[in-house]
Design a protein around this ligand. Sequence first.
Ligand code: SF4
Length: 496
Amino acid sequence: MQSSKLKVTFMLAPKIQTNFAPGASRIISTNLVRNKKLDVQFSDFALRLYHDYIENERYKHYFHEGDMLNTYGKLSLEYTKYGSQLYNFVKIPKHVYQVGIDEIETDYVIVSAVSIFSFSFVKQLIESGKKVILGGAVINTYPNVSYVRQYFKDMNTDLDKLNNNLIIVQGFVDLNTDFYEIIKEWKDVVLPKAMYGTIYDCDYDYLMESKYSPNVVVLPLSEGCYWGKCTYCDIFNGRENKVDIFYNDHLAKKIQNNINTIVKNYPNCDCLNLHENYLSQKTLDFINNYIDFPNKITKLYGYTGIKFLTNDRYTKAFSDLSRGRLKVFSLLGADGVNNFTLSQCNRGFSFRDIEQALINIGTYLDKHFIFSITMIKDLPIKNYLDTYKSNEYYEKIYYFLSKYIWTTFNVNYLILYPNSKMTQSVVNGSNKYMKLLKNPLDIRSSGIHYFLNKYLKDYNSMIDPVIRSLVPFYRVDEYGGLLPQDDEIQPFHGVV
Ligand code: SF4
């Protein structure tokens, strides 16, 4: 007698900017369709949410029209470089999530989440009676799964449903991960170390078949974060973050095949994102020596960092990525441009390193490269004069780099996520320059709370427990005096 298969749905959690296909959707899709004990359905709700009217509607609902249209000159707020930050912070009304939940036909739902901003949706999913298997990048930022459970408790998730309807999967899924067994066991699980090479055997992705099939596809080619110690970072802080890639001819063939299949299968794909983290010298050498990018690929995302670019050999290898035809997009995280701020954040590079990196960019890179300089507002500063000097220096960077490459700014306001070292130091009172606030509505609130206070129509939007979990703070200078926000001292929104 034939045993019936277990019916499951797989989906990316909404709140991901899904104009690109993350590696996880390909790895998990392929894994699931190969599992003979599972009958899998896929939901592209996250893609549709990002693309359809809901997006515009919620902006209208939460933001003043004047701000939307005239934030700084000609650009609408949502299309500025703040867009990505706003995307996370505008609460999606419950009934919008319900549309996606109502479409799910199976009892079991596997959800991959990249940030805590997905948790409101997951809470609603659990409470709707679905049995949720939750994994993804955000789960791996927690020391263990009990922190994730506590987070859902703090969100007032129905306790019975939390205990009965959720299991959490921590670790990295590979082709061998058996979701049938995980579901059968029905308890939280930490996966064994992933077989990294098997991810290049994954060539099916449900996103290929969506009418919103993405044009940017992630090809995991990174060894993770080389540093892992930035105090505001909740992604790698204090955790093992290195991925060992042992390149050899066999792996080179696998990766090349994988690229060729990706290009063939995603109808809109013209851009490969070489993973979300830094490209090391080893990986760059491998790509330059072994990998061909088919003609359909005209763009790459390849992330680099100041410390890498202080090295001549590295910068030359980075310049070889373009092969004289590909446009290469990169983020350059300067964040703060003075030694005081950099050391407070333990960024791992100095002001002198920034200058050396700029010289190397000017020497080796050309207009095939489009760098977005990431700055963070309301980081700790020694005194308000530092803000003037920093803004002046950002402008100088822009005019210097524009001679050689295309340059833009990616402006963010500091967020104290629940897990970062910086957050801990603010909460336990040991941070000399950043002080805890009880109330995010406090007029002294800095960073993301200042930003939300300024742009949101009303703070009811902040009832969302995820937003409330971001720790409010204010800044003081070297003498303990209250510092205004960077914007109040001197606004800087990039150079137009
Ligand atoms: S912010 Fe720092 S720790 Fe986090 S990924 Fe970047 S370099 Fe690594």
